[in-house]
Design a protein around this ligand. Structure first.
Ligand code: ADP
Ligand code: MG
Ligand code: MG
Length: 256
């Protein structure tokens, strides 16, 4: 059974001035088939955790480990991470003018599967996945992320998830605030994916409790000040909804 282990991870972000320590000893284990919600106030380091696992060059791992089935993820290139079965949506956050979604997705699938999917199969697969996600067929011919709305970027993310079928997926909801439509797309997409591919482990990073009304996590972790400070079941999200993060930060912040 697949297992992703994060052990005492310390990470500094490289800035123009001094490197700044953001992650201060993150411990977290996700097993195949489990859904973990990582919740925390703005600026607590949630996205830094995702970027660090993705291998973003701006984030320096100063100590600790990330192991995928016992293999050291931190020594892998970004491509090797994908091939090992890690899905990190922000791996490809940029606009890629001139590269259609369809070509981009086939390239990504080739990297993950180790060989290019047969074209005829692939076209069918993409069509089906797009139909499942209510994605307009013209989307396939548009350039990657070019002029995408927040909701379209999220659809793209879930489309990638459905086509790449990783062992572990890390989805960062980001703080930008998904509109109701995008929230529905993401949660329905994740739930359908989970129903069909129950073996994928999911880390759902979010500032808000609202997506957890649609996706029931097996575990909820509170992230504050660069580490996991409390873990529990879905009931922990309900408490956060009622109380916000004040007990962890000392600072009052709206619960949602
Ligand atoms: P969250 O996702 O929980 O809101 P982030 O991981 O985005 O938190 O940020 C945590 C802290 O690290 C913040 O203080 C943020 O300003 C800082 N930080 C993150 N990434 C960078 C970066 N690339 N350059 C400078 N500071 C950064
Ligand atoms: Mg933030
Ligand atoms: Mg963030």
């Amino acid at each position: 059974m697949a297992i992703l282990e994060i052990k005492d991870l310390h990470v500094s972000v490289l800035t123009d001035e001094e490197p700044k320590e953001i992650l201060r000893g993150v411990d977290l284990t996700v097993k195949a088939g489990e859904t973990h919600a990582i919740m925390g106030p703005n600026g607590s380091g949630k996205s830094t955790l995702a970027y660090s696992i993705a291998g973003h060059p701006k984030y320096e791992i100063t100590s600790g480990e990330v192991l995928l089935d016992g293999e050291n993820v931190l020594e892998m290139s970004v491509d090797e991470r994908a091939r090992a079965g890690l899905f990190l949506a922000m791996q490809y956050p940029v606009e890629v003018p001139g590269v259609s979604m369809s070509n981009f997705l086939r390239t990504a699938a080739t990297a993950v599967r180790g060989e290019a999917p047969a074209l005829r199969h692939w076209v069918k697969e993409v069509k089906q996945a797009m139909a499942d996600l209510d994605i307009d067929p013209t989307f396939a011919e548009r350039s990657v992320n070019e002029g995408f709305s927040g909701g379209e970027k999220k659809r793209h993310e879930i489309l990638q998830l459905a086509l790449l079928r990783p062992k572990f997926a890390i989805l960062d909801e980001t703080d930008s605030g998904l509109d109701v439509d995008a929230l529905r797309v993401v949660s329905e997409g994740v739930n359908r994916y989970k129903a069909e591919h129950g073996e994928t482990g999911i880390m759902l990073i979010t500032h808000y409790t609202r997506i957890l009304k649609h996706i029931t996590p097996d575990f909820v972790h509170v992230f504050a000040n660069g580490r996991v400070v409390e873990s529990g079941g879905a009931e922990l999200a309900e408490r956060l909804e009622a109380e916000g993060y004040v007990r962890y930060t000392g600072k009052q912040e709206a619960a949602s």
